[in-house]
Write a protein that binds this ligand. Structure first.
Ligand code: ATP
Ligand code: MG
Length: 286
């Protein structure tokens, strides 16, 4: 309990003086369990992602990857165990010796620290690229930060669209953008609240093959920026490239985790070997 509940002793100025980017975004997942009806889909997941770390989660369909991601921002409530970000519990507060679920408003506030990018972009169709990006900073109070004025949000939105290579398409509506461009807008939107952590659930699997790389390149850039990233993907070449840690899940459990070298080249477990022998060879032999 002491790890999960410890509070940050570092003052903001001390953090800024050292390396603000890599001192935030510690994710600690401890013995997390989750069932849907009779089916237990997370069977005691324990995983730590260091600040600024890049964890890539791979595994067969139905192994619980999306469910695990969704527990990290409390879109899915856990049945047991807990998740902490920088020592603060996600979705719960401790009162006395008991955990109490936070109120909706507090949960929403916590979620501003955790950006999520989905397979299907989920942009607002009636808003331009820029409006999609600026919506959150104007509407949602960022944890510990003042709400931005419209002009400030616009400047920040353009800066973020520039970062994903889309400043010149700021006025375009989602229907006027390619899938790859829409996904890059979604990434800019996720960055708008300056999250500690970014979660990606198969960010390229809805894209035509020729558009995959433009999105992966943006994520590669983020991986170097010091934001903690947790990425579910089937792009094994990309995973090998970008991950500090590769996590292999099967049937609601982490079967093994390690560096890309350890997991892809020299997996210890039979289940891991068997999975990669099916998915990896074709991708790497092209
Ligand atoms: N809301 C839900 N209600 C009931 N069952 C669910 C729900 N969400 C997920 N499941 C089940 O939980 C299991 C894990 O699903 P999950 O989506 O986490 O798998 P996944 O590893 O992301 O798979 P994929 O690679 O196909 O996206 C599956 O058997 C799924 O059918
Ligand atoms: Mg999934």
């Amino acid at each position: 309990m002491s790890t999960a509940l410890r509070t940050t002793t570092q003052t903001p100025s001390a953090a800024a003086a050292t390396d603000a980017v890599t001192t935030r975004g510690l994710v600690e997942i401890t013995k997390v369990r989750k069932s849907f009806g009779a089916a237990e889909v997370l069977k005691g997941i324990t995983l730590t992602v260091e600040p600024g770390g890049v964890a890539v989660i791979v595994g067969p369909s139905g192994s619980g990857k999306s469910t695990l991601l969704r527990t990290i921002n409390h879109l899915e409530k856990v049945d047991a165990g807990f998740i902490a970000i920088d020592g603060t519990l996600v979705g719960y507060a401790v009162r006395g010796r008991r955990l109490h679920e936070l109120r909706e408003k507090e949960i929403l506030k916590q979620r501003t620290e955790i950006g999520m990018v989905f397979q299907n972009f989920n942009l607002f169709p009636h808003l331009t690229a820029l409006e999609n990006v600026t919506e959150a900073p104007i509407v949602a109070p960022r944890a510990g930060k003042p709400r931005l004025s419209k002009a400030e949000a616009r400047d920040r939105g353009l800066e973020l669209l520039d970062r994903v290579g889309l400043k010149d398409r700021a006025g375009a509506y989602p229907r006027q953008l390619s899938g790859g461009q829409q996904q890059r807008v979604a990434i800019a939107r996720a960055l708008a609240l300056d999250p500690k952590i970014l979660l990606f659930d198969e960010p390229t699997s809805a894209l035509d093959p020729e558009l995959v790389n433009e999105v992966l390149d943006v994520i590669r850039g983020l991986a170097k920026s010091g934001t903690t990233l947790i990425i579910v993907t089937h792009e094994m070449g990309f995973a090998r490239d970008v991950a500090d840690t590769v996590v292999f899940m099967d049937q609601g459990q982490i079967v093994e985790q390690g560096t890309p070298q350890e997991i892809f080249t020299n997996p210890r477990e039979v289940r891991t070997r068997s999975f990669f022998s099916k998915v990896i060879e074709p991708a790497f032999n092209i």
